[in-house]
Design a protein around this ligand. Structure first.
Ligand code: ZN
Length: 487
């Protein structure tokens, strides 16, 4: 069995002030894909591992991935999809294809770019070809994609720590189909909700009830896969919101009925989905008076893994104003990192930091401090963390000791998925009292083990959880939360 493996992944935030170009994608071709992903916890690592597990030959084709950010520019999307299609065409005949797509890619002209990609791949390979697609839990799934894919498999955890297993699940299902053991047919249901990211944790709260039901359903005879996508509220697109996708064995009515049953279960949790979360002043005060430490403050409005700027100063400003101590804040600020590098280790510097990317993320603050460390920004994460990524690069990085805390200034937007982001720059997490992590749920995999307490903070920004419904133009109107909160 010759199985093609490919991925094209981007989470596109339509509310940020910048777009995403081709140069921001890390593109891998052929054997590079196997080399890069083999040892990771990413779904492509699962596609690779499936070769030994299920006895197929891997044909590595194409992979492209970029840090979440703004809408993908038209020419970038065209170039990426054209290369994907050209590579598949050149590799034919194949027995099947494992295709990792994020599910929340927005390209200029294609609000559901992953749906468009799947449509084009299906057009190339023909109607009966086994085309198995995986998605991030934050996908906004259009019904058309579920028709075009032979099966869609979605991560079951947030933070995403089961990506490799989902890659393996897709691989297993594909090989069963090829060996004549299954006939996948999918149903999709979309509850009319905004499933706010504040409730995306799959280990507790309302989502756990829904996910547990999906896991239970997947064990039932006749069901090949049962997935729940929470959706991605930072893409203003027609099918924004949660999705239930059930794949049954040859029984379309069963797939649709079970998808609807889980959608009804999700709908029944709606009263628990209205966020009540402290703002920065209150959250910082809570952290400072907490008897247990360290406390991690999750800055929801500047969720870098959700495409935000990474240089918000809203919580930092409060830490300075309330004279907190032993805190760590990481800011994306290449200019400030360069100023510190020029000053050198041990030097005192006064410089403007943060709030530079746009005007949504708090003011630029002027701080004075001592340059404590400089680093090239590369680090490795070997543990199972959100996103499954192993090799990281946050660019030139400086640590400035200022105002009772430590400011890590990096040069590439880096979501807080690994504590090695701090350790590599000489910051020992065990010795801190307050962390600020710019994320919603994803940083939990890294920060929960070292935090006595996590406090989510409702801040302004490109990933604000309190965006008013009038800010949406293309999403379906009347979704629950919007219809039940006066704003
Ligand atoms: Zn995600």
């Amino acid at each position: 069995m010759r199985i093609g493996i490919a991925s094209l992944s981007h989470e596109s935030n339509t509310f940020v002030s910048f777009t995403t170009g081709l140069s921001e994608f890390q593109i891998l071709r052929g054997p590079e894909i196997v080399e890069h992903y083999r040892a990771t916890f990413h779904e492509v690592g699962g596609f690779v591992a499936g070769a030994d597990e299920y006895g197929y030959e891997i044909v590595p084709l194409f992979s492209a991935d970029a840090t979440p950010s703004g809408t993908v520019r038209a020419e970038a999307y065209t170039a990426l999809v054209d290369e994907l299609l050209d590579t598949i065409r050149a590799a034919l005949p194949l027995d099947g294809l494992l295709l990792g797509l994020h599910g929340a890619m927005v390209a200029e002209g294609f609000p559901h770019a992953d749906g468009e990609t799947t449509r084009r791949v299906r057009g190339l390979v023909g109607p009966d070809f086994p085309l198995f697609v995986t998605h991030d839990y934050h996908g906004n799934v259009p019904p058309q994609l579920v028709e075009d894919a032979s099966a869609l498999i979605i991560y079951k955890t947030c933070p995403h720590i089961d990506q490799r297993e989902r890659g393996l699940q897709a691989a297993e299902l594909l090989t069963r189909v090829l060996r004549g053991g299954a006939q996948p047919i999918a149903g999709i249901a979309k509850p009319e909700l905004v499933y706010n990211i504040a409730f995306h944790n799959t280990s507790g709260g309302p989502m756990k009830r829904v996910m547990d039901a999906a896991i239970e359903l997947e064990r039932q005879p006749g069901i090949l896969a049962a997935s729940v996508a929470a959706g991605y509220q930072y893409a203003d697109v027609p099918w924004m919101g949660p999705s239930i996708v059930v794949v049954a064995d040859g029984e379309p009515a069963l797939a649709q009925r079970e998808a609807q049953r889980l959608a009804d279960l999700m709908w029944s949790t709606r009263a628990d989905l209205l966020p009540r979360i402290p703002r920065a002043a209150e959250a910082v005060a809570l952290a400072m008076t907490s008897e247990e430490s360290p406390v991690s403050l999750f800055e929801l409005g500047d969720n870098i893994g959700g495409g935000s700027a990474g240089d918000a100063t809203i919580i930092l400003e409060e830490l300075l104003r309330q004279e907190a101590s032993d805190w760590v804040v990481a800011l994306y600020d290449p200019e400030a990192a360069a100023v510190c590098a020029a000053a050198g280790i041990g030097a005192e510097a006064t410089l403007p930091v943060g709030g530079k990317v746009d005007d949504q993320h708090g003011p630029t603050l002027t701080v004075t401090g001592r340059v404590r460390a400089l680093h090239d920004g590369r680090f490795i994460e070997t543990e199972r963390r959100h996103g499954g990524k192993r090799e990281w690069d946050q660019g030139l990085t400086a640590v400035l000791a200022t105002g009772g805390g430590l400011l890590l200034l990096d040069s590439l937007r880096t979501p807080p998925m690994s504590l090695n982001q701090l350790r590599s720059a000489g910051i020992l997490p065990e010795q801190q009292r307050i962390f600020v992590a710019k994320g919603a749920v994803a940083p939990r995999a890294a920060y929960e083990p070292v935090s006595a307490r996590i406090i989510e903070v409702d801040t302004a920004g490109a990933t604000s959880i309190s965006r008013p419904p009038r800010a949406y133009r293309r999403a379906r109107q009347g979704l629950y939360e919007w219809s039940h909160q006066a704003r």
